[in-house]
Ligand binder design. Structure first.
Ligand code: NAD
Ligand code: ZN
Length: 367
């Protein structure tokens, strides 16, 4: 299989992302090149039965010893209890400092396995084989790993860059359409942040992305390039990396209001509504053309993503409920919010002092 290579030039932790259909069959060869003797494969109970045996066989053919641990699917797996299970499985598999943890799954598996790799034996190398569109374009790139705590999502974790990312776009053929759409919201986000030509491309080529043509590989690779560029500029999110939160201030609030119940809203659906709202809010503030806001909304709606509060299943409460959910976000300080706003498609910027009153007025219009 041919692959597009996206380099992530992070000095002594530089690594490559390989994107292409059919890469799982070559995973052994590509991973063996890292020079490990053993690999602990971490996966979940949806993905494992589909792909773990093929991965293990490919690794073993290339001389690596393997062990596999499969955890229940879902966000609840990003827990202390799962971390303990994964660390113990990695130690039982006699993974040493030169060996590897291989995450085979979506963002849940990647975040958990990456964090286990960061802490077990004070750090072993890890490889990401992301199997959802969201994890291929977002969570597998950038080195943020972690689990959830009773105090909130992703509050316990570490920065730990992978040694290699293999994004086999063929694995997305088995992904439920709803998860595919949710990941696509993050793809569109990269165009909206700073790449208007990519947004144009998405409008013309999204059908190919969903159908699994060469457009899918191109969309994943371009998204990885965008995210890698931001991460290289600002690995630890002191500045520019915050632009990746476009659509997420509103999106996270909606996830909180729907209690992270994936039956109601998955992350990417919250982001889709949040992106449309970030544009409508920017237009309401006179920063951006109404036409741009309408165009963004039309594209998200065309692929089947929600763009309006009224599309949140089970309701979204009152304006105050949304404001309160936003206030729990780390981006709120005093009476002002930090927002990612836009001057147009591909022209996002960090607005640090957005008065809560302006947000309230906007939300009142949205309802
Ligand atoms: P997920 O890992 O829960 O996967 C979604 C569902 O799809 C699961 O049920 C899974 O079993 C199933 N699945 C995965 N691959 C499949 C395949 N190829 N075929 C069939 N089914 C498949 O969800 P996600 O959206 O990939 O990741 C969400 C997580 O990512 C969240 O915990 C979020 O916090 C995290 N995240 C992390 C970062 C980061 O920078 N580290 C960025 C964004 C999101
Ligand atoms: Zn996101």
């Amino acid at each position: 299989a041919s692959a597009i290579t996206v380099p992530v030039p992070l000095g002594d932790r530089a690594y490559d992302i390989h994107v292409g259909r059919g890469l799982l069959g070559e995973a052994g060869r590509r991973i063996a090149a890292l020079g490990a003797r053993a690999a602990a494969i971490v996966t979940d109970e949806n993905v494992g039965p589909l792909y773990a045996a093929a991965l293990a066989a490919s690794l073993e053919q290339n001389g690596l010893r393997t062990a596999t641990i499969a955890l229940p699917p879902g966000e609840a797996t990003k827990s202390y209890a799962s971390l303990e299970r994964v660390c113990d499985a990695v130690l039982a598999a006699k993974i040493e400092r030169g060996d590897l943890v291989v995450a085979l799954g979506g963002g849940v598996v990647g975040d958990l396995a990456g964090f286990a790799a960061a802490v077990v034996r004070r750090g072993v190398r890890f490889v990401q084989i992301p199997t959802t569109l969201l994890s291929q374009v977002d969570s597998s790139v950038g080195g943020k790993t972690g689990i959830n705590s009773r105090h909130g999502k992703n509050l316990v974790g570490a920065f730990h860059q992978p040694s290699l990312v293999l994004a086999d776009t063929g694995l997305l053929d088995s992904l439920p359409l709803r998860e595919m759409r949710a990941g696509y919201a993050e793809v569109v986000k990269y165009g909206l942040i700073d790449d208007p030509a990519f947004f144009d491309w998405c409008e013309k080529n999204w059908r190919g992305v969903f159908a699994g043509g060469p457009e899918r590989d191109e969309a994943v690779a371009q998204s990885c390039r965008s995210k890698a560029a931001v991460v290289v500029r600002d690995e630890r999110e002191d500045g520019d990396r915050a632009l990746l939160n476009l659509g997420h201030t509103f999106g996270h609030a909606l996830e909180r209001i729907t209690r992270y119940d994936s039956a109601r809203l998955v992350h990417g659906e919250g982001v889709a509504i949040g992106l449309a709202q970030a544009f409508r809010f920017s237009a309401a503030l006179g920063l951006c053309d109404e036409a741009d806001a309408r165009r963004v909304e039309a594209h998200l709606a065309a692929v089947g993503l929600p763009t309006r509060l009224s599309q949140v299943p089970g309701g979204y409460g009152t304006v105050d409920d949304i404001l309160e959910a936003m206030a729990q976000d780390k981006k709120v300080k005093g009476g002002a919010l930090t927002f990612i706003l836009v001057r147009g498609i591909g022209q996002s910027f960090i607005a640090r002092d957005v008065p809560v009153d302006r947000v309230r007025a906007f939300l009142q219009d949205e309802i």
